[in-house]
Design a protein around this ligand. Structure first.
Ligand SMILES: [Zn+2]
Length: 123
């Protein structure tokens, strides 16, 4: 099993609903997003996935949230925009764009701060 990961960063505002703490107030984060891709076999070039391709996928997905008020972007207009929910959203969005049937997204990590990270993976 081979695995690679790539990171991107998005800047976005959010607030948490039904939380009862200071994160109920609008504030922003520079979210660091790391997407892991794995494959049992490498492609003809010896890669799990071309980093250039993965970068493009992550930028396309990230652009949907970058410099946005997350609470106004579906599904986060109803789903709380926590790091956990953002990680799952990235996982699903990136998975939809990697469709060669060989390389697949295996895990997404989203850092809300340098010391707080949420992980989503499907087992
Ligand atoms: Zn926050």
């Amino acid at each position: 099993m081979y695995q690679v990961w790539k990171e991107t960063e998005i800047s976005a505002a959010h607030y948490l609903r039904d939380y009862g703490g200071k994160c109920e107030n609008p504030h922003g984060h520079n979210w660091r997003v790391r997407v892991y891709v794995e494959a049992d076999e490498l492609d003809g070039s010896g890669m799990v996935v071309d980093f250039t391709v993965l970068k493009k996928v992550m930028e396309e997905v990230g652009d949907e949230l970058d410099h946005k008020d997350l609470n106004s972007v579906p599904p986060f207009d109803s789903l709380n925009p926590t790091a956990e929910n953002i990680a799952r959203w990235f996982f699903e969005r990136c998975s939809q764009r990697l469709t060669d049937g060989r390389a697949r997204v295996s895990q997404v990590r989203v850092w809300e701060t340098a010391t707080s990270c949420a992980v989503y993976e499907e087992r």
